[in-house]
Structure formats: structure tokens, C-alpha cells
Design a protein around this ligand. Structure first.
Ligand SMILES: Cc1cc2nc3c(=O)[nH]c(=O)nc-3n(C[C@H](O)[C@H](O)[C@H](O)COP(=O)(O)O)c2cc1C
Length: 322
């Protein structure tokens, strides 16, 4: 009988031709205080990503970089809307490469506070072109891939959601924008360039999250990162899903675990994963492929070595998972 090899947090993982040394990912987090008001990368930001790479994570997802100047979240968010950003962003790609840490860049458009119903078809055509141009720039910078920001009520999340997207033109097909973006940038993806997407696992329901995940898989995405969407256009409702009483982690993590059951490509789960045992629970039980550790990594950039000590202690003392 073949014995199944034990998989743990420190087991390597491969996405296409790219090897990750373990199962932990830094999720995208805008470091507002380390960004210049023109959206340029600062030395402080390069240093921050170097620190994370030295900390030994399996993969970094660089914070939301804006594809259009008029689509920023805040003044000090990194831009990628013209070639002047390539130099700074390349410094981050280079430093992560130097420390053998694959890095994806998240591409983002903040969307429209009033919703997307009033946005003209021509305007959306233009934004699609801006995304395509940003994809090409991201490749030039030397990253290992791209993560499309399709969660958290921003443009692509609004398009994916049937609560938000009541359009009657071609963008009324909720996945049209995403599919078209993927189709029109296919030529830049190869075995060494990953295409990921962050989606809302409750967009507005888990069933819709599963539908979106299957559609993006069909369209050719290599990796899905499950976060939250917005179930209610009034922004008042945070969640609308039932989580079994015995699920020991955050409800957004649960969305990732459920979506994983419906796709063949790798899935990243995220939110409120702080301890080694929480991350290990997800990997050792094969509930998802990768775990993202965000705020806990800000307070402890070398979270990996701390987690390794905790892991060893738990194994040596017969400590249980959750
Ligand atoms: C300061 C900060 C900035 C963030 N910026 C982004 C971002 O650029 N893109 C994104 O998709 N999510 C962003 N997020 C959400 C994180 O990626 C992550 O999903 C969230 O913090 C939950 O994970 P955690 O509990 O491990 O921190 C941000 C979160 C924080 C705290």
C-alpha cells in the first residue's frame, strides 16, 4: 500500500514552473505610510518586502497597484498606470528574486462608489485597456505573476456581483470583463508567469462565489485567492453565509475551504490566521493549498521562523491541531 506523504506548512508547493518553499503567502496589504503621494515605490517599501522575503514566506503578493490614476483608493497607493512606475516596482521584484521568493503583483481599480450602473460601456472598454497595459508593465518589472483584485467591492467585484451588476450591455455578463482581460493577455503567460485572482467568496452568497471561481478557472486562471465580497450594496451587511458551528476559523477562511472543493487549481485562504496551529490546521487537513498571513506578518515579519519553532514544539509534545 502506498503511504500518503505527510504535507505540512513547510512542504514545498509548485504553481506551474514556479516553486514555493512552503505554504505561507503574504497577502496584498497597502503600506500607505511607505508610499509616496505620487504612487511611486520608496526605499522604505523595498526594504519592507526584502524583510518579508528574508523572513522566508513561500510567496509574496504585492499590494494593490492602481491601473489608472483616477482609480486610486487613496493618494498614496502605488501606481502602474504608466511606464514611469516600472523602475521602482522592478526594485521590489529584484529584491524578492534575490531572496528566492516568488512574487505576484496585485492589479487594482477602485471602482465606483455610486455603483457601476451609471458607468458608460465606453468607459469600461477604456478601463479594460488600462488593465491590459498594466499587465504588460507588470511583466516588464520582472514579477512572477499577477493577481487581479476581484474582491472587496472594487471594480471587478462590482462587475462580478449580481446585486451590483444590473447592466444590460455586454458587461451585464458578469464575468465578461474578467474573461476578456484574461483572453487578451494570454500571450504574456507561460510556465513562469502565474495568473491569480482574488475573488469575493460571498459575492453575495457562497454559491455565487463558487460560480465565479469555476468561471475564472475555466477562463484560464492558475490560482484563486478567496477573500470577501460585499453582499449588500448599501455596505451595511458584512456577511450572509452560514458557517458550521464546529468550523474553528474565520468565516472568510471557510469560504476558501468550500470553494477549494469545487475547483482543481490551487486555492489560498485568508483572514485572521495568526498562529502556526491555525495555518497548519488548514494545510495538514488538506483544506486549502496555501494560507495567507497578513496583519500577523506586519507585527512579526519573521513569522515563518516563529511558526517553525511552534510547529516543532507541537510535534515533539504531541500537541493537537485545533
Ligand atoms: C493595512 C491593510 C492593507 C490592505 N491592503 C489590501 C490590498 O492592497 N489588497 C487586498 O486585496 N487586500 C488588502 N487588505 C486585506 C488583506 O490582504 C487581508 O485579506 C486581510 O488583512 C485579512 O487577513 P489577515 O487577518 O491575515 O490580516 C489589506 C489589509 C490591511 C490590514
Amino acid at each position: 500500500m502506498r503511504i500518503k506523504e505527510e504535507v505540512n506548512l513547510f512542504t514545498e508547493f509548485k504553481i506551474k514552473g514556479i516553486s514555493l518553499k512552503n505554504r505561507v503567502v503574504l497577502p496584498p496589504m497597502v503600506r500607505f505610510s511607505l508610499i509616496d503621494k505620487d504612487g511611486l515605490v520608496t526605499d522604505g517599501l523595498v526594504k519592507w518586502y526584502e524583510e518579508i522575503a528574508l523572513g522566508g514566506v513561500g510567496m509574496i503578493i504585492l499590494e494593490a497597484c492602481c491601473v489608472a490614476e483616477n482609480a486610486k483608493l487613496r493618494d498614496n497607493q502605488i501606481g502602474i498606470w504608466n511606464d514611469s512606475f516600472i523602475e521602482g516596482l522592478s526594485k521590489i521584484a529584484d529584491v524578492c528574486k534575490k531572496h528566492k521568493t516568488p512574487t505576484l503583483i496585485q492589479l487594482h481599480h477602485a471602482g465606483f462608489k455610486e455603483g457601476i450602473a451609471a458607468v458608460s460601456e465606453e468607459k469600461l472598454d477604456g478601463i479594460l485597456e488600462e488593465f491590459i497595459a498594466a499587465f504588460h508593465r507588470a511583466k516588464k518589472c520582472g514579477f512572477d505573476g499577477i493577481e487581479i483584485h476581484g474582491a472587496h467591492t472594487y471594480l471587478i467585484s462590482q462587475l462580478h456581483s449580481k446585486l451590483w451588476n444590473k447592466r444590460t450591455d455586454k458587461y451585464g455578463d458578469r464575468l465578461y470583463f474578467t474573461r476578456e482581460l484574461i483572453k487578451r493577455t494570454k500571450d504574456i503567460f507561460d510556465d513562469n508567469f502565474i495568473l491569480g485572482i482574488r475573488i469575493g467568496g460571498n459575492e453575495p452568497t457562497l454559491e455565487e462565489g463558487i460560480y465565479i471561481a469555476k468561471e475564472v478557472e475555466k477562463a484560464g486562471v492558475d490560482l484563486i485567492h478567496v477573500s470577501s465580497g460585499v453582499p449588500d450594496p448599501s455596505f451595511k451587511q458584512d456577511r450572509k453565509i452560514e458557517v458550521p458551528a464546529d468550523f474553528p476559523l474565520d468565516w472568510v477562511v471557510y469560504l476558501g475551504v468550500e470553494i477549494k472543493k469545487h475547483v482543481k487549481i490551487p486555492v489560498i485562504a485568508v483572514r485572521a490566521i495568526k498562529k502556526e496551529v491555525e495555518a497548519s490546521y488548514l494545510i495538514e487537513n488538506d483544506l486549502v493549498d496555501l494560507v495567507a498571513v497578513g496583519r500577523a506578518m506586519i507585527s512579526r515579519p519573521h513569522w515563518m521562523s516563529w511558526a517553525k519553532k511552534k510547529y516543532k514544539f507541537r510535534k515533539n509534545t504531541g500537541g493537537k491541531l485545533l
